[in-house]
Design a protein around this ligand. Structure first.
Ligand SMILES: [Zn+2]
Length: 270
């Protein structure tokens, strides 16, 4: 199994990263791709992945929340990072008009510069979109023919959004959002439209703990400890996401694990 997106540079993992990775491997996760969200975080992600060759890879990019940090030097720094063998995609990049931590104008120019970089380096892009579908799709279409590949990471949209992405031949990243019967309902309803060779899976750890996941250790924990345990998502829960996705799409979970891993190897050239 391959986790195509997780935030291992988060300080939530700074004290026990070895244990987290060991537990993930014991659960059958063979490769994890550490998401870069700013120049500094991307450098950190590259450093971390170089410490665990063949197990960790990383991406290099600027998240729309961080678009305000973008400067002319940023593209130079990202370009240098992308020369490393273990840095396998540009991103995460995209648009997020949900909270506008950076202005839409800053987000648009930062996103477009990274699309240009991906085209220039012939590398795949790892995309983020929230509440910005129209502008996002416009820019993806503009650069699509020059992009070697593109994945809509942590897809949480509905059927219309999904169909417009598939029309652009995007890969789709599915997280534990699928495990939430309330806010994941629209996604659950359309997820079986994704062709078998376009789906990949990710935990987005430490975020997005799968809502329906019952931990056996939970039983012995008091209310407060239970809450703390459940606040941190980990790569070892990737099989649970695959299992849930398999149930919803009426597929065999082992075949889905094999297929998503094969898709990831092809997409990121692992
Ligand atoms: Zn994201």
């Amino acid at each position: 199994m391959i986790d195509i997106g997780l935030n291992l540079t988060s300080n939530q993992f700074q004290n026990d990263i070895d244990v987290v990775l060991k537990n993930a491997q014991a659960a059958g996760v063979e490769i994890m791709i550490v998401t870069g969200t700013s120049v500094e975080q991307s450098q950190e992600a590259q450093r971390l992945s170089s410490e665990y060759p063949d197990l960790l890879y990383s991406t290099a990019g600027i998240h729309p929340h961080d678009a305000k940090s973008f400067s002319n030097d940023s593209i130079k720094s990202l370009g240098a990072l992308l020369k490393h063998d273990q840095v396998v995609a540009v991103g995460e990049c995209g648009l997020d008009f949900n909270r506008n931590f950076s202005t839409p104008a800053d987000q648009l120019s930062c996103f477009e510069a990274q699309l240009e970089l991906a085209v220039e380096l012939r590398m795949p892009v790892f995309l983020h979109q929230r509440d910005a579908h129209i502008d996002f799709l416009r820019l993806v279409k503009k650069y699509r023919s020059g992009l070697s590949g593109a994945v809509a990471h942590c897809f949480t949209g509905d059927q219309d959004e999904l169909e417009s992405y598939l029309e652009e031949d995007l890969y789709i990243g599915i997280t534990g959002w699928i495990c939430d019967e309330r806010r994941g309902k629209a996604l659950q309803d359309c997820v079986d439209l994704i062709p078998a060779d376009r789906v990949m899976v990710e935990t987005d750890a430490p975020y997005l703990f799968p809502r329906d996941l019952k931990l056996s250790e939970d039983v012995s924990l008091s209310g407060k400890d239970k809450k703390r345990r459940r606040s941190r998502n980990e790569p070892q829960y990737l099989p649970h996401i695959i299992k849930t996705l398999a149930q919803i799409t009426a597929k065999d979970e082992f075949e889905l694990a094999r297929q998503t891993a094969a898709n990831s190897r092809r997409f990121f050239r692992l």
